[in-house]
Design a binder for this molecule. Structure first.
Ligand SMILES: [Zn+2]
Length: 228
């Protein structure tokens, strides 16, 4: 901690008011704390005039304010995330509009896509399987009053959007996504259960071997999930 006489001495040396030196000192501590906390260090990006001056201008001595951007998404996700986590903790269904359709789902997990979007992995009741919903494309999300019996572990986590873990992708899925702008689709062989990424929604599989390297006789897959 700096003493009052040190602040007064710097103010005299630099020809500034003491309160300006003190404010700059306090903002410096704030910056250090933001840089040290794992959550803010990952998601808050220092920007603006004070950032430019503090980082690049050696003789710069005082700051007016500190500006930050959230790295992954706007704060508009906050209420939706809170609702989803509340629903998960209380085993309640979640409802929302998505691609012009009303959806009722059992929420299971949240993941961040490579592009930084938040994906909700949920069992859609009418579809009868797990789907990944891009939360940015959902609207009117709310907690329903009906409870559900979990089919899988509910892993919705706590904390802000910044702590949502990334999706896990297989190497062949990553290589297909890296060459594309839009999403791809994962299909699982009905017989050997091997997964294949497809550019289009097409359940036909090419001739392939199973994970152990033996020839598989199936040419038909089951749609598993959209890959982002
Ligand atoms: Zn197969």
């Amino acid at each position: 901690m700096i003493r009052k006489q040190d602040i007064l001495a710097r103010a005299a040396e630099w020809g500034l008011r003491a309160d300006i030196v003190e404010k700059d000192y306090a903002l410096g501590w704030l910056l250090a704390a933001i840089a040290r906390h794992p959550e803010t260090a990952r998601s808050w990006v220092f920007k603006g005039g004070t950032c430019l001056k503090k980082c690049f201008i050696e003789t710069y001595r005082f700051s007016e304010d500190l500006d930050f951007s959230l790295r992954y998404w706007g704060s508009s996700y906050g209420p939706a995330l809170e609702s989803i986590r509340f629903a998960g903790a209380n085993r309640l269904l979640v409802e929302f509009e998505y691609n012009q359709k009303h959806r009722v789902v059992e929420p299971y997990s949240l993941r961040r896509s490579r592009a930084g979007n938040v994906l909700l992995y949920a069992w859609e009741l009418t579809a009868g399987h797990i789907k990944a919903f891009d939360l940015g494309k959902s609207s009117n999300l709310r907690v329903a009053s009906n409870r559900f019996q979990p089919r899988y572990a509910v892993q919705l986590g706590v904390g802000s959007a910044a702590v949502i873990p990334p999706v896990v992708r297989r190497p062949n899925e990553l290589s297909m996504l890296s060459n594309r702008k839009g999403p791809a689709y994962a299909y699982e062989c009905l017989l050997c259960r091997r997964r294949f990424p497809h550019k289009k929604r097409d359940s036909a599989l090419r001739r392939h071997n199973d994970e152990q390297g033996a020839r598989c006789s199936s040419r038909r897959g089951r749609f598993v999930e959209t890959l982002y």
